[in-house]
Write a protein that binds this ligand. Structure first.
Ligand SMILES: Nc1ncnc2c1ncn2[C@@H]1O[C@H](COP(=O)(O)OP(=O)(O)OP(=O)(O)O)[C@@H](O)[C@H]1O
Ligand SMILES: [Mg+2]
Length: 326
């Protein structure tokens, strides 16, 4: 059976580009990576993929949620401490960073880290040395650090809550995860994937979404992204008995935001809104064609294509990644 929980599902150009980027980053010598994406877009999944596809995969993957550990404990959790470093430090303790030597340290919700600890982290990233709390001598580690955030870090920098130098250090290799609503029909592919998974778990044989339900899924904004989709489908498996998923199985709030009417009125797709989804798809499609043509005419020379398009080479690269043209 496929390793369901570890697979990155989707075939939208942005996801195909993401898969290539993840592979490239995994195999690169980069020691710091930043993953940005709204909640539920797959940051944890991508961090584990980067570890699994890297030469560090046989070593530890240590997952640390900076928001879940009280600030007062985070330093000794990360860096460890010497015996007697503070009241209660009766034994020397090896920190998580040391435990992940030659492996990967995943620092989730990095913006929750306090400024003083951010400074220690930056120094570690720069030198590969750190001191356990209360230690005289430095310890050396060779680990990869993957940081994740669901808020734009730059605004935290502006607000004086995140160190600018650390921000730029992390920003060198950045992986951006698109929101589910920006992935076109991937919402349907993912639905089918989760339906198969829950069919196996709950011993059911749900065939899929009705056309009306699929239409609602395509137009709903999914603020909780893939996790919201996954949880919604599981809820339907638990509560409903039909072998196809229908609009009446969906929570009122979804029907209301999509159709703009009371759930009882749901007959089929509402008119008008489809054009908006179509707009983004169509624009991206046009941009893809334009870039492909410019690149073909420039014989694949990025600088020449960028000049013809009157944008910078950097902007062209960025657009190519975004549109899945590599
Ligand atoms: N492309 C995908 N294919 C398959 N499963 C996915 C995909 N993206 C996300 N998932 C699944 O969705 C759930 C949420 O993903 P994950 O926990 O990685 O999100 P996150 O970005 O870390 O969220 P948060 O910001 O809330 O921590 C997980 O169960 C994950 O396996
Ligand atoms: Mg997460």
């Amino acid at each position: 059976m496929a390793d369901y929980a570890n697979e990155l599902i989707g075939s939208h150009p942005s996801i195909l580009g993401l898969k290539r980027l993840v592979e490239k980053v995994a195999k690169s010598p980069a020691r710091t990576v930043l993953i940005y994406g709204e909640t539920g877009t797959g940051k944890g999944l991508v961090a584990r993929m980067i570890h699994r596809l890297s030469s560090r995969s046989a070593k530890a993957f240590v997952d640390i949620n900076c928001a879940a550990i009280p600030a007062s404990l985070l330093e000794s959790e990360l860096f460890g401490h010497e015996r007697g470093a503070f009241t209660g430090a009766v034994e020397r303790k090896v920190g998580l960073i040391e435990a992940a030597n030659h492996g990967t340290v995943f620092l989730d919700e990095i913006r929750e880290m306090e400024m003083t600890l951010q400074a220690k982290l930056l120094s570690l990233l720069d030198t590969q040395h750190f001191r356990r709390v209360g230690a005289v001598n430095a310890t050396t580690v060779d680990s990869r650090f993957i940081a994740a955030t669901n808020k734009v870090l730059l605004s935290e920098v502006t607000a004086g809550k995140f160190r600018e130098d650390l921000y730029y250090r992390l920003q060198v290799v950045a992986v951006n995860l698109p929101a589910l609503r920006e992935r076109g029909d991937d919402v349907l592919t993912l639905s089918q994937h989760f339906i198969e998974r829950y069919n196996a778990i709950y011993k059911r044989s749900i065939r899929g979404l009705s056309d009306e339900a699929a239409d609602i899924f395509r137009r709903y904004k999914w603020p909780g992204n893939v996790r919201e989709l996954e949880n919604l489908l599981e809820r339907i498996f638990i509560l409903e008995e039909d072998d196809v998923i229908l609009p009446r199985h969906l929570p009122d709030r979804i029907i209301r935001t999509v159709v703009g009417r009371a759930p009882a009125d749901v007959a089929g797709p509402a008119q008008g809104e489809a054009a908006v989804t179509g707009f983004h798809e169509a624009t991206a499609d046009f941009q893809r064609k334009l870039l492909t043509r410019a690149l073909t005419e420039a014989d694949g020379n990025l600088q020449a294509a960028a000049t013809a398009l009157k944008i910078s080479r950097h902007a062209l690269r960025h657009q190519m990644i975004k549109l899945g043209l590599q």
